[in-house]
Design a binder for this molecule. Structure first.
Ligand SMILES: [Zn+2]
Length: 217
């Protein structure tokens, strides 16, 4: 599967892996996460020593390191030299960006799609960077509202465009599995800045882009 990764995605994964591998994954002593997971298993009434669970604490530690690798991504390296001066001032929309994140309240996944748009003011960012910006914020402990805002703020600060719009649609396992909401319920959050906030027509154009189904390519 790794062979299919595009070079830029591979590079991000490499960067994430390298950064995770450097230094301690947590400030605690080695093995602290493992013993905490063992404690949780005991609390569940399980036997951490049985064959199927023996390696679970170490796997859980490695898994959380991967799923929270976004903390280690350096935004400077992510953006790199991918900001270009361009005389283009129409809306740029990148939609249906898949992401997986962890809710910080339950450490359970929430996942779905992010839609990102901006109107350049002389500067554009390489298209492949936008999914990686989403990835950087998704691979952390999150609440959906904050993740939505962080993506928008990042683009606003780096590109200084005329406006940014971000819509995130996600399903939260902490809600679905625990039966608080009906399965399949999607939570939608949005954060709009600049023209996307002040101009109804701009916001409407963005929403129309999102509503339109992606063309079959
Ligand atoms: Zn939750």
């Amino acid at each position: 599967m790794d062979g299919k990764l595009a070079d830029d995605v591979r590079a991000l994964v490499d960067e994430i892996e390298r950064d995770v591998g450097e230094g301690p994954a947590t400030p605690d002593a080695p093995g602290a996460v493992e013993s905490a997971v063992r404690q949780i298993l005991l609390e569940m009434g399980e036997d951490p020593g049985r064959e199927g669970l023996r390696d679970t604490p170490a796997r859980v530690r490695r898994m959380y390191a991967e799923l929270t690798a976004g903390y280690h991504v350096d935004p400077e390296r992510l953006v790199g030299r991918a900001i270009f001066e361009v005389d283009y001032s129409e809306m740029v929309v990148v939609k249906d960006i898949p992401f997986y994140s962890l809710c910080e309240h339950h450490l359970l996944p929430f996942f779905g799609q992010a839609h990102v748009a901006y109107i350049p003011e002389g500067r554009v960012i390489g298209l492949s960077k936008i999914p990686r910006i989403v990835e950087m914020y998704a691979r952390r402990l999150q609440v959906q509202e904050r993740m939505t805002k962080e993506i928008a703020d990042f683009l606003m600060e780096r590109l200084e465009p005329r406006g940014v719009g971000v819509v995130v649609e996600a399903s939260h396992l902490c809600a679905v599995m625990r039966g608080v909401r009906k399965p399949g319920t999607i939570m939608t959050t949005s954060h709009v800045l600049g023209l996307f906030r002040t101009a109804d027509r701009t916001r409407a154009e963005f929403l129309a882009h999102i509503d339109r189904r992606a063309p079959a390519l």
